[in-house]
Ligand binder design. Structure first.
Ligand code: NAD
Ligand code: TYD
Length: 341
């Protein structure tokens, strides 16, 4: 039985990845390391915790001694690093934490991979490392060979980590891969992100705070398709390579918010245009030709189906998000959105 170390498994994509691997790879054991920051929810892993192929370890990836102990005990063949500070707005308020978790945390994990001889270190990165594209150039896309040109402290920290991962490959011969994915949506996404935030506010007839004019474009991918892409990269991806993951599904923020209103039968008058995000990236758009050509990956979930599945999930799992929005999130929301008005 192969052991896979998954960091950040109590978060949105990591949690979905844990369930994907437990279901699709019966010969894998998962050791999940997560420090349970505000974004980590152990309740996301409730079902996994009952599985004998799953072990949860409450530790911080920046803690070198703790990580060495985990590697010494479980000897993971494969490491998939989801653990990160992931929200752009928070990075604008407090960049330091992003540098420490996203860069130093990655370094600690790679040092352990070297010391204990892991077969593969996979870094879960983002399309945001490429910066943004103009709104009036629909012919332009992010390809893997573009220079990195991050806009926010979040994306700069992810870009730094990517450079470090490639440097460890070149300098030490560490077997690595990187995936750079577009915006994910699906179950278990923390309510601070666009889709769950607008859904929960609309459900409760609260204002829907759209930044700027709502014309910024994101390329949305259903989280399960992302998880499948990472598994294909682990199975057959070439060491030292970067793979873009995206579904040619570009949407303007305002159109997503209106779609959520339509789903819930709520009026568009709930929409409130608020002060724009500082340095707000205009458009993200992935060219997924490489992963399609080399590994045969294509997205399977159409946005029209994925968004209904996602919103249905939030309706059916109220307790999961109500527990979150009734806690410290309340303070965050007040602080972030009062000053944004
Ligand atoms: P998330 O914020 O929902 O989850 C992050 C998880 O990491 C949480 O469980 C948190 O507790 C854990 N964590 C944070 N700091 C840690 C530390 N120091 N030690 C151990 N655990 C720690 O994030 P997400 O949306 O699931 O994103 C996962 C990864 O995917 C991130 O690396 C992010 O950059 C990348 N990514 C996200 C998206 C997206 O749309 N959400 C798109 C592309 C790439
Ligand atoms: P987000 O979910 O934070 O992801 P990212 O910034 O990584 O793309 O935001 C998606 C888009 O939605 C982004 O253009 C910012 C916008 N947005 C709003 O208009 N209002 C909000 O309250 C939030 C959270 C995001």
């Amino acid at each position: 039985m192969k052991t896979m170390l998954v960091t950040g498994g109590a978060g949105f994509i990591g949690g979905n990845f844990v369930y994907h691997v437990l279901k699709e790879y019966p010969d894998r054991r998962i050791v999940c390391v997560d420090s349970l920051t505000y974004a980590g929810n152990l309740s996301t892993l409730d079902t996994a915790l009952k599985n004998e192929r799953f072990v949860f370890i409450h530790k911080d990836i920046r803690d070198r001694d703790a990580m060495r102990e985990v590697f010494a005990e479980y000897r993971p063949e494969v490491v998939v690093n989801f653990a990160a500070e992931s929200h752009v707005d928070r990075s604008i308020v407090d960049p330091g934490l992003f540098l420490s978790t996203n860069i130093i945390g990655t370094q600690v994990l790679m040092d352990c991979c070297r010391e204990f001889g892991a077969e593969r270190f996979h870094q879960v990165s983002t399309d945001e490392v490429y910066g943004d594209l103009p709104l009036d150039r629909p012919d332009m896309f992010f390809t893997e060979d573009l220079p990195l040109k991050a806009s926010s402290p979040y994306s700069a920290s992810k870009a730094s980590a990517d450079l470090l991962v490639l440097a460890y490959h070149r300098t030490y011969g560490l077997p690595v891969t990187i995936s750079r994915c577009s915006n994910n949506y699906g179950p278990y996404q923390f309510p601070e992100k666009l889709i769950p935030l607008m859904f929960i506010n609309a459900l409760e007839d609260k204002p829907l705070p759209v930044y700027g004019k709502g014309e910024n474009v994101r390329d949305w991918l259903y989280v399960e398709d992302h998880c499948r892409a990472i598994c294909m990269i682990l199975d057959r991806g070439r060491s030292g390579e970067v793979y873009n993951v995206g579904g040619h599904n570009e949407m303007r923020n305002i159109d997503i918010v209106r779609m959520i209103c339509d789903y819930l039968g709520k009026p568009y008058s709930l929409i409130e245009f608020v002060k724009d995000r500082k340095g707000h990236d205009l458009r993200y758009a992935i060219d997924p030709a490489k992963i399609k050509r080399e590994l045969g990956w294509t997205p399977e979930t159409k946005f029209a189906d994925g968004i209904v599945k996602t919103l249905d999930w939030y309706l059916a799992n109220r307790k999961w998000w109500e527990d979150i929005v009734s806690g410290e999130y309340k303070e965050y929301y007040k602080k972030m959105y009062e000053v944004n008005k």
